[in-house]
Design a protein around this ligand. Structure first.
Ligand code: EPZ
Length: 418
C-alpha cells in the first residue's frame, strides 16, 4: 500500500484542471450493457473506480479500452449476468450494472454490496423499486438474484432521494413493456448526465422536477459520436476549499459553476474572494476564515461529498462552526484524524462542532474513505511541518493524480510505499 508525505504550510498558487466526474462516468459506463453496440466516451477520469467498472464490464463479456481519458466499449458479446463478490466488494457502485443487466438479459445476480466506512449503505430502495416495476429478487448465499416478470414498468416513489437508486431504476425500465413513473428522484447533475446520454442513443426519458417518466422503447440506437462526461463537481469543490486555506490562491478550470451554487455560497460566507468566469473560478483565501453553520442534504443543497473538505477549512476559522450531516449516518471518521493535527472538533450524533484554532501541526493520519481522505490532504497542506497519510488507495478511487495536480501549484507532496 502507498502513503502520501506532505510538507505543509506552504502557500499554494496556480491553476488546476478538474477531471471528468466519477459519479457520472460510472453509471454511464454501466449503461453500455443495456444494448449491444460500440460506445466511445471522452473526459473519463483515470481513477481506480473507473478501472474497476471496466474490469466488471469485461468480466460480463464486453471489450473495453481506456487511454488518455478516452474509453471504447464493445458490449455486443455480454454473456454473463453476474457481478462477482471480489469486484463488488471493492466498489459499491458495482450495483449500477444491476439495472442494465435486467434490461439486457431479464436477469441479474449481484453480490450483496457491503457497507463501507460511511455507513451500512442499504439497497432497500433499489429492491422495492425493482419489485414495483416487475422484477422479482431473492437473496441467497450473499447474492441478490433478480429476474423479470413478463410486464416491466410501473410507478415507484423513493422513500428518500437515492442517486444510484434513481439511476438503477432508470436503467431497468428503458426497455420495459410499459411506462415507468419514478417519484422523489435524486436531482444530482450526474443523474442528468446519465439521462442525457441515454436519450442520445434513443431512450425516451422525461424529467419534471423530481419525477422521471421512462416510456419504453424496443431498441436503442447506434451512438453517433463520442460522449463527453461532465466535469467532477466534487473535485472542483475540493480545490475551491483548498483555495480558502491560508495564503492560497487557486484557479480551478473545467468547472460547471451551475452545479456548485451552494458550495460557492459557503466559500463566500467563509470570507474568500471569488472570481468567476465561464467555466473557471479563482478562489483567494481570506485574511481570517469566518465561522459557518451548514447542513448536508441531497442536491441542490450542500453535498455530503464535500463535508470533510469544508471541515478542513472551518478547523482554522476565527469562531465556532457547526456541520450537520443529514445524508450518511457515519461520515465523521475524518474528525479523529484531523484532531491529530490539533483540530478542536466535538461530534454529538450527526452534528460536528468545530472550534477554530490558529494553527495545525503535521502528524501521521489514516485515510478511511474517498472524501475523508481529501479532507485530510487539505488539512495536511495547511499544517506546519510534515504529515503522512496512509492507505491512500481510498483517494485514488476518486481523484485523478491528485498529488501531481497539487505539485503543479507548489505543494511539497510525495507518494511512497507504506
Ligand atoms: C451516491 O451514492 C454517490 N456515489 C456517493 O458518492 C454520494 O455520497 C451519495 O450518492 C449521496 O450523494 C455514486 O454516485 C457512485 P444514495 P449512493 O443512495 O447512490 C440511503 C463518493 O465519494 N439509502 O444517494 O450509494 C443511504 O444509506 C460517493 O463519490 C437507503 O437507505 O447514495 C444514504 O443515507 C460516496 N436505501 C442516503 O439514502 C437505499 O436503497 C443517500 O444514499 C439507498 C440509499
Amino acid at each position: 500500500m502507498e502513503k502520501l508525505i506532505i510538507e505543509g504550510g506552504i502557500p499554494l498558487r496556480g491553476s488546476i484542471k478538474v477531471s471528468g466526474s466519477k459519479n457520472s462516468a460510472l453509471p454511464i459506463l454501466a449503461s453500455t450493457i443495456l444494448w449491444p453496440g460500440i460506445y466511445n466516451f471522452h473526459n473519463v477520469p483515470d481513477i481506480k473506480d473507473v478501472r474497476t467498472m471496466l474490469e466488471l464490464l469485461k468480466f460480463l463479456g464486453s471489450e473495453c479500452s481506456f487511454k488518455k481519458n478516452k474509453v471504447k466499449i464493445n458490449s455486443i458479446k455480454i454473456n454473463k449476468h453476474e457481478a462477482p463478490y471480489d469486484l463488488v466488494k471493492t466498489m459499491r457502485a458495482s450495483v449500477l450494472i444491476w439495472g442494465s443487466l435486467l434490461s439486457r438479459l431479464n436477469k441479474a445476480k449481484i453480490s450483496f454490496p457491503g457497507g463501507c466506512a460511511i455507513g451500512d449503505r442499504p439497497i432497500d430502495q433499489h429492491l422495492s423499486g425493482f419489485q414495483s416495476i416487475g422484477y422479482k429478487t431473492i437473496v441467497k448465499s450473499g447474492y441478490l438474484k433478480s429476474i423479470a416478470t413478463n410486464e416491466i414498468g410501473g410507478d415507484f416513489k423513493f422513500k428518500m432521494k437515492s442517486v444510484t437508486g434513481t439511476e438503477n431504476l432508470i436503467l431497468a425500465s428503458v426497455l420495459g413493456t410499459k411506462k415507468t413513473i419514478l417519484k422523489n428522484c435524486a436531482l444530482e447533475p450526474e443523474v442528468d448526465d446519465l439521462i442525457t446520454f441515454l436519450k442520445s442513443i434513443g431512450a425516451n426519458i422525461k424529467k419534471m422536477g423530481d419525477s422521471i417518466t421512462i416510456s419504453p422503447v424496443d431498441s436503442l440506437k447506434k451512438q453517433k459520436k463520442s460522449y463527453e462526461i461532465i466535469p467532477d463537481r466534487i473535485e472542483a469543490g475540493t480545490f475551491m476549499y483548498l483555495g480558502c486555506l491560508p495564503q492560497n490562491k487557486i484557479t480551478i478550470k473545467n468547472v460547471d459553476l451551475g452545479a456548485l451554487k451552494d458550495v460557492i455560497k459557503t466559500v463566500i460566507k467563509i470570507g474568500a474572494k471569488v472570481e468567476k468566469s465561464e467555466n473557471k473560478i479563482t478562489v483567494t483565501a481570506p485574511k481570517e476564515i469566518k465561522k459557518l453553520n451548514i447542513e448536508t442534504n441531497p442536491y441542490p443543497s450542500f453535498p455530503t461529498d464535500l463535508q470533510a473538505q469544508l471541515m478542513s477549512v472551518l478547523v482554522l476559522s476565527g469562531g465556532t462552526s457547526k456541520i450537520k450531516e443529514n445524508v450518511f449516518p457515519n461520515r465523521f471518521i475524518h474528525v479523529a484524524e484531523m484532531r491529530k493535527l490539533g483540530a478542536k472538533i466535538d461530534v454529538v450524533k450527526n452534528t460536528a462542532k468545530i472550534i477554530g484554532v490558529d494553527t495545525l501541526a503535521g502528524a501521521k493520519m489514516q485515510a478511511s474513505d474517498l472524501r475523508a481522505s481529501a479532507g485530510l490532504v487539505l488539512s495536511a497542506l495547511c499544517a506546519s511541518g510534515k504529515s503522512e497519510i496512509f492507505r491512500i488507495y481510498h483517494l485514488d478511487r476518486g481523484y485523478e493524480a491528485i498529488d501531481n495536480k497539487l505539485k503543479r501549484i507548489g505543494a511539497k507532496i510525495w507518494r511512497t510505499k507504506e
